[in-house]
Design a protein around this ligand. Structure first.
Ligand SMILES: Cc1ncc(COP(=O)(O)O)c(C=O)c1O
Length: 427
């Protein structure tokens, strides 16, 4: 592996760290890695196994012990994780607790679309509630009012790493017998009270796309403490099969040719018995290899993200006349994904983001803004609870900039300086 490290250096694989204000890009996010990831990924290639194997097993151990959760099911993306999490709740194996067509699911419209899409795919009705500014999470006062006889679940993301009010949401789910799905795609390492985001929901999801806290190129995970849900998620992920043999194993159940399933003939090979309408959403062991090396850096990544967030917050506080800065949820320690800003009346968001981009400072909107206004949502059955006033405000006036670990103090100081230049212009 010494050759890999040497080659990576010679080939200039690692980006240069020299920052030139106004010339070097300050992206909103990006991969942070070194030769550890390259060696671990290549080791997985050299093993010659490639589908789930020892690197995946190692990753599962690392991820479950970090989050303190019982089951981790790696998948090929955060969107797949969301799809599986929701699909699992529709499984016939859940009996009366199963989510069915036309059931309602409480969520928010200021979202990433693939948090909401699984609800639509299963012909359920997303019920959209408004969010708060400046924490950008659901307004929990609206939750109980929005519950009807048809409500079966709450499906919410921790917006940009800022945990939602877990206490209130959990209380209501318990009181009304609702499932809770936590989308933690942007919140790996965020804490509410003493526990990590992802350990509160019946099912929770993560993304390992390069923008996220750790990356595997593509990838994600579903986590749960519920044994039955784990079994269902594995079945759905792996073609819908009833068999639970690991790749490369046969007859784990010891009854491979001795069972009756559905209307199939007795003894039909268990390997080809399907108890769900499933998918194939698995990842590869090469992704696991890369993700294992990233896990060893996770604590440092979280520290650096939060350091960057604080430095930006301090520096931008002087522009309070123009900007609303983000606030964390009480009782939480976010692992920030991005630094979200809402411009106050009199400031044009597009002018500001164009100015920042001209100075090579990357900006992003809060994903779909108000998802009900997206082209694909035309004709999609949904309910808006009361109104989405703040959601629309975010769609029109908010954006976020980066805090990822590749951003240095020097870059942040430059970002703050550029904001200053913009506000000098608008005065
Ligand atoms: C909140 C949230 N959920 C889900 C996803 C989807 O993750 P992926 O890109 O891995 O499919 C994203 C993507 O960034 C996200 O921000």
């Amino acid at each position: 592996m010494d050759n890999v490290r040497k080659l990576a250096k010679e080939e200039g694989v690692f980006p240069s760290s020299d920052f030139m204000p106004g010339k070097s890009a300050i992206p909103v996010s990006g991969k942070v890695y070194d030769s550890d990831e390259l060696c671990s990924g290549i080791n997985a290639v050299l093993k010659g196994w490639w589908t789930e194997g020892i690197f995946t097993e190692n990753f599962i151990k690392k991820f479950s012990s970090f989050l303190n959760v019982k089951h981790v099911i790696p998948v090929n993306s955060g969107s797949s994780a969301n799809l599986l999490a929701f699909a699992a709740l529709t499984s016939p194996l859940l009996g009366d607790k199963r989510i069915k067509k036309s059931d309602e699911v409480l969520t928010v419209a200021a979202c990433f679309p693939t948090t909401v899409n699984p609800i639509i795919f299963y012909d359920c009705i997303p019920v959209f509630m408004d969010i708060n500014i400046p924490d950008y999470n659901v307004n929990v006062e609206l939750l109980e009012e929005a519950i009807t006889k048809k409500t079966r679940a709450v499906f919410l993301a921790h917006t940009l790493g800022n945990p939602f009010n877990v206490k209130k949401v959990k209380e209501l789910c318990k009181k009304h017998g609702l499932w809770l799905v936590e989308d933690c795609c942007d919140a790996l390492g965020s804490k509410y009270g003493n526990d990590f985001a992802g350990s509160f929901g019946d099912v929770s999801t993560f993304s390992f796309y390069p923008a996220h806290h750790i990356t595997a190129g593509e990838g994600g995970a579903v986590v749960t403490n519920n044994d039955l849900l784990n079994k269902i998620i594995l079945s759905l992920r792996d073609w819908g099969r009833d068999c639970w043999c690991k790749t490369g194993h046969d007859n784990t159940c010891n009854k491979r040719f001795n069972q009756k399933h559905g209307s199939l003939p007795f003894g039909y090979d268990h390997k080809y018995v399907y108890s769900h309408a499933g998918f194939n959403l698995k990842w590869t062991d090469m992704q696991a290899g890369i993700a294992c090396a990233q896990m060893d850096k996770l604590s440092d990544f979280i520290r650096k993200r939060n350091h960057n967030f604080k430095r930006l917050f301090k520096g931008l506080s002087k522009f309070g006349k123009y900007l609303i800065l983000p606030e964390k949820e009480e009782n939480s320690v976010p692992s920030w994904f991005g630094f979200i800003i809402t411009v106050k009346d009199g400031v044009d968001r597009t002018e500001l983001t164009k100015f920042l981009e001209k100075h090579k400072i990357g900006t992003r909107l809060l994903f779909a803004g108000n998802v009900t206004k997206q082209p694909y949502f035309k004709g999609v059955k949904h309910v808006v609870h009361k109104n989405l006033v703040n959601t629309d405000k975010v769609m029109n006036n908010s954006f976020w900039i980066g805090v990822y670990p590749g951003i240095t103090d020097e870059m942040i100081d430059y970002v703050i300086e550029v904001f200053g230049e913009f506000f000098k212009k608008v005065q």
